[in-house]
Design a protein around this ligand. Structure first.
Ligand SMILES: [Zn+2]
Length: 384
Protein backbone atom coordinates (compact mmCIF):
# COMPACT_ATOMS: atom_id res chain seq x y z
CA UNK A 1 0.00 0.00 0.00
CA UNK A 2 1.43 3.39 -0.87
CA UNK A 3 1.27 6.41 1.42
CA UNK A 4 -1.62 7.88 -0.52
CA UNK A 5 -3.84 4.83 -0.02
CA UNK A 6 -2.67 4.62 3.57
CA UNK A 7 -3.64 8.27 4.07
CA UNK A 8 -7.14 7.72 2.65
CA UNK A 9 -7.58 4.68 4.89
CA UNK A 10 -6.52 6.57 8.01
CA UNK A 11 -8.71 9.54 7.11
CA UNK A 12 -11.68 7.24 6.66
CA UNK A 13 -11.00 5.80 10.14
CA UNK A 14 -10.67 9.29 11.68
CA UNK A 15 -13.93 10.48 10.09
CA UNK A 16 -15.73 7.45 11.59
CA UNK A 17 -15.00 8.81 15.12
CA UNK A 18 -17.80 11.37 15.63
CA UNK A 19 -15.63 13.81 17.58
CA UNK A 20 -18.08 16.70 17.74
CA UNK A 21 -16.69 19.19 20.28
CA UNK A 22 -19.44 18.45 22.83
CA UNK A 23 -18.55 14.73 22.82
CA UNK A 24 -15.53 12.65 23.81
CA UNK A 25 -12.53 12.26 21.50
CA UNK A 26 -10.88 9.51 23.58
CA UNK A 27 -11.49 6.71 21.06
CA UNK A 28 -9.84 8.72 18.32
CA UNK A 29 -6.91 9.62 20.58
CA UNK A 30 -6.42 5.92 21.48
CA UNK A 31 -6.40 5.02 17.77
CA UNK A 32 -3.83 7.71 16.95
CA UNK A 33 -1.70 6.86 20.01
CA UNK A 34 -1.59 3.23 18.90
CA UNK A 35 -0.56 4.12 15.40
CA UNK A 36 2.19 6.48 16.57
CA UNK A 37 3.51 4.08 19.21
CA UNK A 38 3.72 1.31 16.63
CA UNK A 39 5.76 3.67 14.46
CA UNK A 40 8.21 4.29 17.32
CA UNK A 41 7.01 7.63 18.67
CA UNK A 42 6.96 8.61 22.35
CA UNK A 43 3.31 9.36 23.06
CA UNK A 44 1.86 11.50 25.85
CA UNK A 45 -1.88 11.78 26.43
CA UNK A 46 -3.08 14.79 28.41
CA UNK A 47 -6.64 14.46 29.67
CA UNK A 48 -9.05 17.30 30.35
CA UNK A 49 -10.09 17.86 34.00
CA UNK A 50 -13.11 15.53 33.86
CA UNK A 51 -11.33 12.85 31.84
CA UNK A 52 -13.72 12.90 28.89
CA UNK A 53 -11.35 14.35 26.28
CA UNK A 54 -7.63 14.46 25.67
CA UNK A 55 -4.77 16.05 23.79
CA UNK A 56 -2.07 13.90 22.30
CA UNK A 57 1.56 15.03 22.10
CA UNK A 58 3.96 12.63 20.43
CA UNK A 59 7.64 12.87 19.59
CA UNK A 60 9.65 11.19 16.88
CA UNK A 61 13.31 11.45 17.79
CA UNK A 62 14.76 12.60 21.10
CA UNK A 63 12.37 13.95 23.74
CA UNK A 64 15.21 15.92 25.42
CA UNK A 65 16.19 17.81 22.30
CA UNK A 66 14.68 21.24 21.67
CA UNK A 67 14.28 22.99 18.35
CA UNK A 68 11.94 20.46 16.75
CA UNK A 69 8.93 20.92 14.51
CA UNK A 70 5.35 20.53 15.76
CA UNK A 71 2.69 19.30 13.33
CA UNK A 72 -0.51 20.52 14.95
CA UNK A 73 -4.17 19.83 14.38
CA UNK A 74 -7.44 19.72 16.32
CA UNK A 75 -9.38 16.48 16.57
CA UNK A 76 -12.82 17.98 17.22
CA UNK A 77 -15.35 18.83 14.53
CA UNK A 78 -18.39 21.12 14.47
CA UNK A 79 -21.87 19.57 14.88
CA UNK A 80 -23.87 18.14 11.99
CA UNK A 81 -27.27 18.56 13.66
CA UNK A 82 -29.51 21.06 11.83
CA UNK A 83 -27.39 20.70 8.68
CA UNK A 84 -28.68 19.32 5.41
CA UNK A 85 -26.28 16.44 4.69
CA UNK A 86 -27.02 14.32 1.62
CA UNK A 87 -24.85 11.46 3.00
CA UNK A 88 -23.67 10.01 6.31
CA UNK A 89 -21.29 12.66 7.72
CA UNK A 90 -19.25 10.06 9.62
CA UNK A 91 -18.70 7.63 6.76
CA UNK A 92 -16.12 8.93 4.30
CA UNK A 93 -16.86 8.48 0.61
CA UNK A 94 -14.88 9.51 -2.45
CA UNK A 95 -16.84 11.04 -5.32
CA UNK A 96 -15.17 12.58 -8.38
CA UNK A 97 -11.87 13.25 -6.70
CA UNK A 98 -13.37 14.63 -3.50
CA UNK A 99 -13.45 12.97 -0.08
CA UNK A 100 -16.71 13.73 1.73
CA UNK A 101 -17.28 13.62 5.48
CA UNK A 102 -17.42 15.81 8.59
CA UNK A 103 -13.89 16.91 9.37
CA UNK A 104 -12.31 15.95 6.03
CA UNK A 105 -11.02 19.48 5.46
CA UNK A 106 -11.35 20.89 9.02
CA UNK A 107 -9.03 19.23 9.81
CA UNK A 108 -8.65 15.49 9.94
CA UNK A 109 -7.21 15.45 6.40
CA UNK A 110 -4.05 17.11 7.65
CA UNK A 111 -3.85 14.77 10.65
CA UNK A 112 -4.28 11.74 8.38
CA UNK A 113 -1.52 13.00 6.08
CA UNK A 114 0.96 13.36 8.96
CA UNK A 115 0.07 9.86 10.21
CA UNK A 116 0.44 8.34 6.74
CA UNK A 117 3.97 9.76 6.62
CA UNK A 118 5.14 8.53 10.03
CA UNK A 119 7.82 6.32 8.52
CA UNK A 120 9.54 9.04 6.50
CA UNK A 121 9.10 11.51 9.35
CA UNK A 122 10.73 9.05 11.79
CA UNK A 123 13.75 8.78 9.53
CA UNK A 124 13.93 12.57 9.29
CA UNK A 125 13.62 12.96 13.08
CA UNK A 126 17.17 11.73 13.63
CA UNK A 127 18.24 15.29 12.71
CA UNK A 128 15.68 17.19 14.79
CA UNK A 129 12.58 15.95 16.61
CA UNK A 130 9.24 15.97 14.89
CA UNK A 131 6.23 16.29 17.17
CA UNK A 132 2.54 15.61 16.66
CA UNK A 133 0.14 17.79 18.64
CA UNK A 134 -3.52 16.81 18.32
CA UNK A 135 -5.93 18.74 20.53
CA UNK A 136 -9.54 18.76 21.73
CA UNK A 137 -12.07 21.62 21.90
CA UNK A 138 -10.51 23.89 19.27
CA UNK A 139 -13.89 24.76 17.77
CA UNK A 140 -15.15 26.01 21.13
CA UNK A 141 -12.25 28.31 22.04
CA UNK A 142 -8.93 26.44 21.70
CA UNK A 143 -9.37 25.00 25.19
CA UNK A 144 -7.31 21.83 24.70
CA UNK A 145 -4.47 23.68 23.00
CA UNK A 146 -4.25 26.07 25.95
CA UNK A 147 -3.42 23.23 28.37
CA UNK A 148 -1.02 21.69 25.87
CA UNK A 149 0.77 25.03 25.60
CA UNK A 150 0.97 25.28 29.41
CA UNK A 151 2.59 21.82 29.42
CA UNK A 152 5.15 22.79 26.74
CA UNK A 153 5.89 26.14 28.37
CA UNK A 154 6.87 24.38 31.63
CA UNK A 155 9.52 22.23 29.91
CA UNK A 156 13.26 22.98 29.90
CA UNK A 157 13.44 22.37 26.13
CA UNK A 158 10.71 22.98 23.64
CA UNK A 159 10.13 22.84 19.89
CA UNK A 160 10.90 25.96 17.88
CA UNK A 161 8.48 25.68 14.96
CA UNK A 162 4.74 24.96 14.78
CA UNK A 163 2.86 24.13 11.60
CA UNK A 164 -0.91 24.28 12.03
CA UNK A 165 -2.62 22.39 9.22
CA UNK A 166 -5.94 24.27 9.11
CA UNK A 167 -7.40 24.35 5.60
CA UNK A 168 -5.67 27.11 3.58
CA UNK A 169 -5.51 25.38 0.16
CA UNK A 170 -1.84 24.84 1.10
CA UNK A 171 -1.28 28.62 1.05
CA UNK A 172 1.15 29.94 3.65
CA UNK A 173 -0.60 32.01 6.32
CA UNK A 174 1.38 34.08 8.80
CA UNK A 175 -1.27 36.03 10.66
CA UNK A 176 -4.78 36.28 12.03
CA UNK A 177 -6.46 38.42 14.65
CA UNK A 178 -7.23 37.14 18.11
CA UNK A 179 -10.81 36.44 19.15
CA UNK A 180 -11.94 37.08 22.70
CA UNK A 181 -15.53 36.59 23.85
CA UNK A 182 -17.05 37.73 27.12
CA UNK A 183 -20.39 37.52 28.88
CA UNK A 184 -21.00 40.23 31.46
CA UNK A 185 -23.80 39.84 34.01
CA UNK A 186 -25.10 42.94 35.81
CA UNK A 187 -26.95 42.33 39.07
CA UNK A 188 -28.88 45.35 40.36
CA UNK A 189 -31.87 45.82 42.66
CA UNK A 190 -35.48 45.56 41.51
CA UNK A 191 -38.06 48.17 42.45
CA UNK A 192 -41.12 50.04 41.26
CA UNK A 193 -40.70 51.98 38.04
CA UNK A 194 -42.09 55.10 39.73
CA UNK A 195 -39.07 55.35 42.02
CA UNK A 196 -35.97 54.73 39.89
CA UNK A 197 -33.58 56.05 42.54
CA UNK A 198 -34.63 53.39 45.05
CA UNK A 199 -33.45 50.50 42.86
CA UNK A 200 -30.34 49.74 40.81
CA UNK A 201 -31.25 49.37 37.17
CA UNK A 202 -29.06 46.65 35.71
CA UNK A 203 -30.01 47.50 32.13
CA UNK A 204 -28.95 51.12 32.62
CA UNK A 205 -25.55 50.01 33.94
CA UNK A 206 -25.19 47.61 31.02
CA UNK A 207 -25.86 50.54 28.68
CA UNK A 208 -23.15 52.62 30.38
CA UNK A 209 -20.78 49.68 29.98
CA UNK A 210 -21.71 49.43 26.28
CA UNK A 211 -21.09 53.16 25.86
CA UNK A 212 -17.63 52.59 27.28
CA UNK A 213 -17.11 49.75 24.78
CA UNK A 214 -18.07 52.12 21.96
CA UNK A 215 -15.50 54.67 23.19
CA UNK A 216 -12.89 51.92 23.35
CA UNK A 217 -13.83 50.85 19.83
CA UNK A 218 -12.93 54.34 18.64
CA UNK A 219 -9.72 54.32 20.68
CA UNK A 220 -8.73 51.04 19.00
CA UNK A 221 -9.06 52.69 15.58
CA UNK A 222 -6.73 55.45 16.79
CA UNK A 223 -4.27 52.83 18.09
CA UNK A 224 -4.14 50.98 14.74
CA UNK A 225 -0.56 49.81 14.02
CA UNK A 226 0.63 51.66 10.88
CA UNK A 227 1.94 48.47 9.26
CA UNK A 228 -1.13 46.32 10.02
CA UNK A 229 -1.85 43.60 7.44
CA UNK A 230 -5.42 42.91 8.57
CA UNK A 231 -8.84 43.86 7.21
CA UNK A 232 -9.99 46.03 8.88
CA UNK A 233 -6.46 46.98 9.98
CA UNK A 234 -7.39 47.85 13.59
CA UNK A 235 -8.71 45.81 16.51
CA UNK A 236 -12.50 45.65 16.68
CA UNK A 237 -15.24 45.35 19.32
CA UNK A 238 -18.73 44.03 18.68
CA UNK A 239 -21.73 44.07 21.01
CA UNK A 240 -23.47 40.79 20.21
CA UNK A 241 -26.48 40.77 22.50
CA UNK A 242 -28.06 42.47 25.48
CA UNK A 243 -30.87 40.91 27.47
CA UNK A 244 -32.37 42.35 30.62
CA UNK A 245 -35.35 43.51 32.62
CA UNK A 246 -38.89 42.19 32.78
CA UNK A 247 -41.57 44.87 32.26
CA UNK A 248 -42.20 48.57 31.57
CA UNK A 249 -42.80 49.51 35.17
CA UNK A 250 -40.16 47.39 36.96
CA UNK A 251 -36.60 48.46 37.68
CA UNK A 252 -34.44 45.87 35.88
CA UNK A 253 -32.60 43.71 38.41
CA UNK A 254 -30.54 41.76 35.90
CA UNK A 255 -28.93 42.27 32.50
CA UNK A 256 -26.64 40.03 30.49
CA UNK A 257 -24.34 41.40 27.81
CA UNK A 258 -22.39 39.36 25.26
CA UNK A 259 -19.55 41.06 23.40
CA UNK A 260 -16.35 40.21 21.58
CA UNK A 261 -13.04 41.80 20.68
CA UNK A 262 -10.67 40.88 17.85
CA UNK A 263 -7.27 42.32 18.72
CA UNK A 264 -4.56 42.80 16.07
CA UNK A 265 -1.87 43.00 18.77
CA UNK A 266 -1.91 41.56 22.32
CA UNK A 267 -1.42 45.10 23.73
CA UNK A 268 -4.87 46.13 22.49
CA UNK A 269 -6.40 43.22 24.35
CA UNK A 270 -4.73 44.32 27.60
CA UNK A 271 -5.60 47.96 26.96
CA UNK A 272 -9.31 47.19 26.68
CA UNK A 273 -9.46 44.81 29.65
CA UNK A 274 -7.51 47.18 31.91
CA UNK A 275 -9.75 50.10 30.98
CA UNK A 276 -12.91 48.09 31.64
CA UNK A 277 -11.60 46.77 34.96
CA UNK A 278 -10.93 50.33 36.14
CA UNK A 279 -14.24 51.64 34.82
CA UNK A 280 -16.19 48.89 36.57
CA UNK A 281 -14.21 49.10 39.81
CA UNK A 282 -13.92 52.90 40.10
CA UNK A 283 -17.16 54.13 38.53
CA UNK A 284 -19.96 51.64 37.89
CA UNK A 285 -19.80 49.41 40.99
CA UNK A 286 -19.46 52.29 43.52
CA UNK A 287 -22.51 53.93 41.88
CA UNK A 288 -24.54 50.72 42.05
CA UNK A 289 -23.51 49.91 45.63
CA UNK A 290 -24.55 53.31 46.92
CA UNK A 291 -28.09 51.94 46.68
CA UNK A 292 -27.56 48.16 46.99
CA UNK A 293 -24.34 46.85 48.52
CA UNK A 294 -24.83 43.42 46.92
CA UNK A 295 -24.87 44.81 43.38
CA UNK A 296 -22.41 43.04 41.11
CA UNK A 297 -20.82 43.05 37.66
CA UNK A 298 -19.35 39.68 36.75
CA UNK A 299 -17.37 38.92 33.60
CA UNK A 300 -17.15 35.39 32.28
CA UNK A 301 -14.45 34.61 29.74
CA UNK A 302 -16.04 32.48 27.02
CA UNK A 303 -12.85 32.15 25.02
CA UNK A 304 -9.62 34.06 24.49
CA UNK A 305 -7.94 32.85 21.33
CA UNK A 306 -4.60 34.57 20.85
CA UNK A 307 -3.95 36.18 17.49
CA UNK A 308 -1.06 35.20 15.24
CA UNK A 309 0.99 38.35 14.75
CA UNK A 310 2.86 38.53 11.43
CA UNK A 311 6.58 38.78 12.24
CA UNK A 312 9.49 39.96 10.17
CA UNK A 313 11.48 36.89 11.19
CA UNK A 314 9.48 33.68 11.16
CA UNK A 315 11.38 30.43 10.62
CA UNK A 316 8.12 28.47 10.34
CA UNK A 317 6.91 30.65 7.45
CA UNK A 318 10.29 30.50 5.72
CA UNK A 319 10.34 26.69 6.06
CA UNK A 320 6.89 26.48 4.45
CA UNK A 321 8.05 28.74 1.62
CA UNK A 322 10.78 26.18 0.90
CA UNK A 323 8.43 23.20 1.19
CA UNK A 324 5.54 24.58 -0.89
CA UNK A 325 7.35 26.87 -3.32
CA UNK A 326 5.24 29.84 -2.18
CA UNK A 327 7.02 33.16 -1.92
CA UNK A 328 4.39 35.27 -0.15
CA UNK A 329 2.36 34.77 3.00
CA UNK A 330 -1.19 35.99 3.67
CA UNK A 331 -3.39 36.70 6.65
CA UNK A 332 -6.82 35.10 7.21
CA UNK A 333 -9.98 36.27 8.98
CA UNK A 334 -10.45 33.08 11.07
CA UNK A 335 -8.74 32.14 14.33
CA UNK A 336 -6.52 29.09 14.95
CA UNK A 337 -4.25 27.61 17.62
CA UNK A 338 -1.18 29.20 15.98
CA UNK A 339 -1.19 32.27 18.24
CA UNK A 340 -0.92 30.06 21.32
CA UNK A 341 2.32 28.52 20.02
CA UNK A 342 3.60 32.01 19.19
CA UNK A 343 2.75 33.15 22.73
CA UNK A 344 5.44 30.82 24.14
CA UNK A 345 8.12 32.06 21.78
CA UNK A 346 7.73 29.58 18.95
CA UNK A 347 7.55 30.51 15.28
CA UNK A 348 4.18 29.48 13.89
CA UNK A 349 2.58 29.24 10.48
CA UNK A 350 -0.70 27.90 9.11
CA UNK A 351 -0.75 25.76 5.98
CA UNK A 352 -3.01 22.81 5.29
CA UNK A 353 -5.06 21.00 2.68
CA UNK A 354 -8.60 21.95 1.65
CA UNK A 355 -10.60 25.15 1.64
CA UNK A 356 -12.08 26.97 4.61
CA UNK A 357 -15.13 27.48 2.34
CA UNK A 358 -16.00 23.82 2.91
CA UNK A 359 -15.39 23.88 6.66
CA UNK A 360 -18.39 23.77 9.02
CA UNK A 361 -20.78 23.17 6.06
CA UNK A 362 -23.03 20.23 5.17
CA UNK A 363 -21.35 17.80 2.72
CA UNK A 364 -17.92 19.02 3.82
CA UNK A 365 -15.21 17.68 1.53
CA UNK A 366 -11.51 17.69 0.83
CA UNK A 367 -10.14 17.22 -2.67
CA UNK A 368 -7.74 14.33 -3.24
CA UNK A 369 -5.44 16.79 -5.06
CA UNK A 370 -5.16 18.93 -1.95
CA UNK A 371 -4.38 15.92 0.19
CA UNK A 372 -1.72 14.89 -2.34
CA UNK A 373 -0.11 18.35 -2.12
CA UNK A 374 0.02 17.99 1.65
CA UNK A 375 1.67 14.56 1.39
CA UNK A 376 4.25 16.02 -1.02
CA UNK A 377 4.94 18.86 1.42
CA UNK A 378 5.51 16.33 4.24
CA UNK A 379 7.91 14.34 2.04
CA UNK A 380 9.89 17.54 1.47
CA UNK A 381 9.80 18.30 5.19
CA UNK A 382 11.32 14.89 5.87
CA UNK A 383 13.97 15.65 3.27
CA UNK A 384 15.12 18.98 4.77
ZN1 LIG B 1 -10.32 24.01 12.22
Amino acid sequence: MDDRQRCHGILSDLIAFPTVSADSNLDLIAYVANLLEDAGATVEVQQNPDGTKANLFATMGSTDQGGGIVLSGHTDVVPVADQDWTRDPFKMVEVDGNLFGRGTCDMKGFIAATLAKVDVLRDAATKRPIHFAFTYDEEVGCIGAQSLIDLLAARPVRPSIALIGEPTMMQVIEGHKGCCEYTVTFTGAAGHGSAPDRGVNAVEYAVRYINRLMELRQALIDRCPPDSRFDPPHSTINVGSLHGGSAHNVIAARAVLEWEMRPVVPEDHEFVLNDLRDYVGDVLLPDMRRVANWAEIETEIIGEVAGLTPMEHNAARDLMFRLTGANAAQTVPFGTEAGLFQSIGMDAVICGPGSIDQAHKPDEFLSVDQLDSCLTMLDRLAGT
